[in-house]
Ligand binder design. Structure first.
Ligand SMILES: C[S@@+](CC[C@H](N)C(=O)[O-])C[C@H]1O[C@@H](n2cnc3c(N)ncnc32)[C@H](O)[C@@H]1O
Length: 249
């Protein structure tokens, strides 16, 4: 029987991190992408095809980078020295995000590509299908002599900086619009954490990190500010033992 502990916080990342009383081993996180309202395609006689996931994903001008700098500085305070920071982003933002975390004292190590085998179709056939997302990996500081971060290398065949899966479907799928597949999260948790580590996900959505953390015998803290998504997460994780719920709104 799994004995791992999970804390689920309903609240905004900026006023919830103070509830975390011990340092975490890793931050694995799928923050807003800044895609909303930019890609709505109106096609005669069809439902609008859009990447507008909700208010939470909409930023004006440079606000997205300001927001990114703000949350990365906050999680740095709760992440152990040499702890892993692993975050999803659009390919277009890799270098901006890398520059932000490097300026805050993180060391960039790699970029992984997630290829979706079933992306939304390109109806107008005037551009590429959006089938790739990036996952960037950095550590909170880096001592070249000791190299003491967690990196579980399995074998040469598995350790490409590339993972290919369908987008989240079937029984696994909840109503969250940007739910990540468990297979992708499993890949990351196995490489970047060890059994019984504590993982922080401060943009938790439907709770995929906690679900997989529990399956792989890790502990977790998940923060989500939207009460509807939080309810989806609670429902998804209802079978788990050792859940502590905190409302911070
Ligand atoms: C890309 S989604 C995460 C989806 C998640 N990986 C899953 O598999 O379901 C980002 C989430 O961050 C939440 N969010 C956005 N801003 C936040 C903030 N300031 N504090 C806490 N959560 C926030 C959104 O409500 C959204 O559910």
């Amino acid at each position: 029987m799994k004995k791992n502990k999970h804390t689920l916080i309903l609240g905004d990342v900026f006023n919830s991190l103070g509830k975390i009383k011990r340092k975490v081993d890793a931050v694995i996180v799928d923050p807003p992408y800044n895609t909303a309202n930019k890609n709505t395609k109106l096609l005669k006689g069809r439902k609008a095809l859009s990447s507008d996931f909700g208010e939470w994903d909409y930023f004006k001008d440079d606000e997205f980078l300001v927001f990114t700098r703000k949350w990365v500085s906050e999680i740095k305070k709760v992440l152990k020295e040499n702890g892993n920071l692993v975050l999803f982003c659009k390919l277009e933002y890799i270098s901006d995000i890398k520059r932000i975390y490097e300026s805050l004292g993180f060391s960039h190590h790699a970029t992984i590509i997630w290829h979706k085998t079933n992306p939304a179709p390109q109806i107008r056939k005037n551009g590429f299908l959006s089938s790739n997302e990036a996952i960037v990996w950095a550590t909170n500081g880096f001592d070249n002599k000791k190299i003491s971060y967690t990196f579980n290398f399995s074998n040469q065949r598995e350790m490409h900086n590339f993972i290919e899966t369908p987008i989240c479907m079937g029984k696994e799928r909840t109503k969250h619009p940007t739910q990540k597949p468990e297979k992708v999260i499993e890949f990351l948790i196995k490489i970047f954490t060890n059994k019984n580590d504590l993982i922080l996900d401060c943009f938790a959505g439907s709770g995929t990190i906690t679900k997989v953390a529990n399956d792989l015998e890790r502990n977790s803290i998940s923060i989500e500010k939207d009460s509807e998504y939080y309810a989806i997460m609670i429902n998804r994780l209802k079978e788990l033992k050792n859940i502590k719920k905190i409302t911070n709104q």
